[in-house]
Design a protein around this ligand. Sequence first.
Ligand SMILES: [Zn+2]
Length: 234
Amino acid sequence: MKEQLQLLYQLQQVDTASAQATAALKNLDDGTRLAAELQAARSALEQAQEQLRNTEATLRDKELQLAGTEQDRANKYQQAVNSRNAKETEALQKKVAELDRLKDRLENEILELLDEVEDCNQRVSQRQGQVSELEDQLTATQQTFAQESERLNKELTELHDRRQELVSQLDAQLLNTYEQLRKRSDNLAVAAVVDGTCAGCHTKIPAARLDAIRKGDSLVKCEICHRILVVPEQ
Ligand SMILES: [Zn+2]
């Protein structure tokens, strides 16, 4: 019986380790959340790039308009200088003044657009930084996920093999008792006795019961949590 109880205790350790490895596998971060964040950051970058392209295009239009206006003004000015007709001169001077106002307005608009292009460039490089940071994080997370799942799966296979080995050595009735108890007791059917205390519910075990557990001639259960009590042999 004593040997059987030690084997049962080993089986409990295997089952506890399997449950932990299974939970760890389930809780592994596979990078899904980061991938979604990266996708959002990439689309924000594309938007910033598009805004930059649009602003630069508007700036080029305004610069062309300004060049045309300057050319127009120079022509009208020259015509006014050369004109022999007072009425025509007056009309041309009026036109020159009008083109000067347009030139001022375009120059102001160009200055504003230059500021805006600078802002857009800053936003683009900020977004690029976010994207590359998230790419690095995602790569690292996916690598860790691959390594950890491989390690945990390997561990689970080893535990499974060890379990088969233990089960083949255990008395069928004892194994049945263990499985029934494990279902009811949150996966812990065999509790170790540590410092005279049940490791399952942390209750002090009376001295007479402790002796019986140490002898290992019979199955002793905790009076409080009803788990099978075993003094582990090292
Ligand atoms: Zn207990």
